[in-house]
Design a protein around this ligand. Sequence first.
Ligand code: FES
Ligand SMILES: [Fe+2]
Length: 362
Amino acid sequence: MGTQTTFLKNTWYVAAWSHEISAEALLARTITRVPVLLWRDRAGRVVALEDRCCHRAAPLSKGRREGDRIRCMYHGLLFDTDGRCVEIPSQDFIPPAARVRALPVVERFKWIWVWMGDPARADESLIPDTHYLDDPGWRGIPGYLHYDANYLLITDNLLDFSHLSYVHETTLGGSAKYATARPKVTRLGRSVRVERWLIDDAPAPYLQKLKTWPGNVDRWNIYDVVLPGVLLMDSGSAPTGTGAPQGHRVDAAEFFGCQAVTPETETTSHYFFQQCHGFALDDAVVTESLTASVHAGFLEDKDIILAQQRILELDPDTPMLAMRMDTALASFRAMMEKAIADERGAAPADATLGAATASARC
Ligand code: FES
Ligand SMILES: [Fe+2]
């Protein structure tokens, strides 16, 4: 991937939480270096337009809603929900090129997904299943962090939980076993699956605030990271010796995490997340405590990743040394590299696991 990051275009990106786009909102959000305006028509449907007027590139997000139209408040061009210009105050003739790009957009389970590539290829069935975000059998609170870091540094972090022993030593991790465990890593079509078990260990520090057991627990993190950067994770703890590794989850604390990393530019990213719990459903204190712990933990990640980004910016060719723990992130980077190369109609220069690890930088 090297220093010149390119972005996958023919893919769905999480652009926003549903609640961020209120009836009157004009939400500006840059995705893969493209300025995007998100808003709702009067029927409540989300509209995504390129946030760049075709006249002189003023952002439409600084414009004005006029029913189901947006007026650019620089020189007054008026656009409909398809991005067509329907009025130019200074002339009667509207040239066919007077339009802004309308992006395919889908609102599903509280996330707003936009397709940044060829609209003809925007297949809704490719959107990962995140129903946990909005399922009565689960509870969770939406979260968001903005990062001044390349998106792949964030997915690297998500693909290697050995960092839980160090970055989250007193919070989400609390066990040296995270670093010594050898997860099973499986490369699937458009995702990498990581399965990690910690057997007969103390419950994580944050979990001790949510649920108590008389002894040790078995802990699991089983997750997929799907292109272009969506994590779907089944995790939890159950009393050790009760059969959780064999699929018998007795007296368990089960969680489902949905996270999405969306590149804003080469050096900035959006990070959307919600950690859902499937026990104590009617206890709002559990939901709030879990959310606070996860948010605090994610700030620990952010702190180390931003520091790493600053070092890499000093010398983007900084060499990296591949380790066993990099297997999942190297697989994901190779997959991303190949997907981008395929999209551009060219073979990747070298999409082997080793090469992807060597280029594991911003
Ligand atoms: S820049 Fe939008 S009308 Fe001129
Ligand atoms: Fe982390």
